[in-house]
Design a protein around this ligand. Structure first.
Ligand code: BJ8
Length: 430
């Protein structure tokens, strides 16, 4: 990090010493996993910079906005409508965490058998490691999985600023009515804390910014369908992770410039791996920053990751919201409908997720599917069975992984993934 931000971190209430340790580990991991990659597009330099300043420059920007009276809204789930946050001039920040720091603190409140993502966001807060959570005016939770919704009760005890949206678990007419009411209620809550009335014009502008971001990510996703793969899965994952932190307009412009460069690579036949390298689709639990573990192992085993059927991936951007309406109420109803197109394993039944996976396999020309579930993430662990059965009657190459954020199972993961990649190669030879 170019500047010394110690004063800012300390004024936010961080544990400065422990935080320095975390940044050191993050920087080493980034060096080893990201900066050691070959033939990366030039446009990745922006994202390298963002990561190098993830607790620096971006926090300076956020604190400045906060001082100007803009609300900082933390979220944990892609069902929370970003359009509404932007419509009150808010800044939306994803608070999920992807490293097993603060676990000891988290386990004072949570059972050991809690998914790593929940332990991490609780641990980051409790150990004083997250400048984002400390900057927020409101933290928005949702009734998705049981672990999250119970953890939000404790997070509220600790922070006093958690607001929970009730997300139904089915997609029938009654559930849609409930969800629409929840989205309207959230819009009122945002107006209440900011004093800003949500108007049609504000909704139009906000939707256009969010859609711009989604379109850029869709463009990037489409470019990954080419062989040779023009960008690594690791880099694409990073871009998706950064989409939850960065300023949306700047982010969109950077992703579009990168896509211009990638289009040139595609024309020239330039790739990050040789043509014919086994192509893997990853599907399942989200991978919050800096969780790069699975992509690093897959791409270190002679395959390339070509897509993520995940909330840090396709689920976040696959549906646009680009219709216009004549009233605020109608627009908010339609925004609620747009979010109901996301297919999280917290829903039952969830057949549409399987269709999404099948579609991605075809569109991205995947040769195999790695299903990723965080340990103790029951929705994705259980749904793995239906995914495996569905894809090509169980004949499409499938590998089910259950892991956490620790490095303890790296050897075992590597062995299983190398065998899987070898199996894909054998299949394509026969
Ligand atoms: S829409 S996936 S972001 S809920 S990994 S905490 S599910 S036990 S994060 Fe999620 Fe919204 Fe669904 Fe996406 Fe629970 Fe599983 Fe942990 Fe999870």
């Amino acid at each position: 990090m170019a500047n010394d931000y110690t004063e800012m971190w300390s004024s936010l209430g961080l544990n400065v010493q422990a935080h320095q340790g975390l940044l050191g580990v993050l920087s080493d991991a980034y060096q080893n996993i990201y900066l050691s990659q070959q033939d990366r597009p030039e446009g990745m330099k922006y994202f390298d910079f963002v990561i190098s300043e993830v607790h620096g420059q971006r926090i300076v920007e956020i604190v400045k906005k906060k001082m100007e009276g803009k609300p900082i809204i933390g979220t944990f789930c892609v069902y929370v409508p970003e359009e509404l946050i932007l419509a009150v001039d808010g800044i939306s920040i994803g608070l999920c965490a992807g490293a097993d720091v603060g676990t000891d603190e988290a386990e004072k409140y949570l059972p050991r058998t809690t998914c790593a993502l929940i332990k991490a966001f609780m641990g980051f807060k409790l150990a004083g490691l997250c400048p984002y959570v400390e900057s927020t005016d409101l933290i928005v939770g949702e009734t998705t999985c049981d672990g999250k919704k119970k953890a939000y009760e404790i997070l509220n005890e600790v922070t006093g600023k958690v607001y929970v949206m009730e997300l139904p678990n089915m997609k029938n007419d009654e559930s849609r009515v409930l969800w629409k009411k929840e989205v309207h209620k959230f819009a009122r809550k945002l107006s209440e804390i900011t004093g800003i009335e949500i108007t049609l014009e504000r909704l139009r502008e906000a939707s256009s910014a969010v859609n711009g971001k989604r379109k850029a990510l869709q463009r990037l996703s489409a470019l990954r369908s080419h062989d040779p793969a023009p960008i690594s899965g690791l880099d694409a994952l990073l871009i998706n992770q950064v989409s939850f932190y960065d300023d949306p307009v700047r982010f969109t412009s950077q992703v579009n410039s990168l896509c211009d460069e990638i289009e040139e690579r595609v024309k020239a036949g330039t790739g990050v791996a040789a043509k014919g390298t086994p192509r893997v689709l990853i599907s399942g639990s989200p991978m919050a920053i800096p969780n790069w573990k699975l992509h690093a192992v897959v791409e270190g085993s002679g395959a390339v990751v070509v897509g993520e059927e995940s909330c840090v991936g396709e689920r976040n951007f696959s549906t646009l919201f680009d219709r216009s309406f004549s009233s605020v109420d109608e627009t908010i109803d339609a925004i609620a409908d747009r979010y109901m197109t996301i297919n999280c394993a917290c829903f039952t039944p969830n057949d549409a997720r399987i269709e999404d996976i099948e579609d991605m396999i075809k569109r991205l020309h995947a040769d195999g599917l790695v299903h990723y579930a965080l340990q103790f993430c029951t929705p994705y662990m259980v749904e793995a069975y239906r995914v495996r059965q569905a894809i090509n009657g169980g004949r499409f190459p499938f590998l089910g992984i259950e892991t956490d954020y620790s490095m303890e199972d790296m050897g075992q993961l590597k062995t299983r993934i190398e065998a899987f990649v070898e199996m894909i190669k054998e299949g394509s030879r026969s």
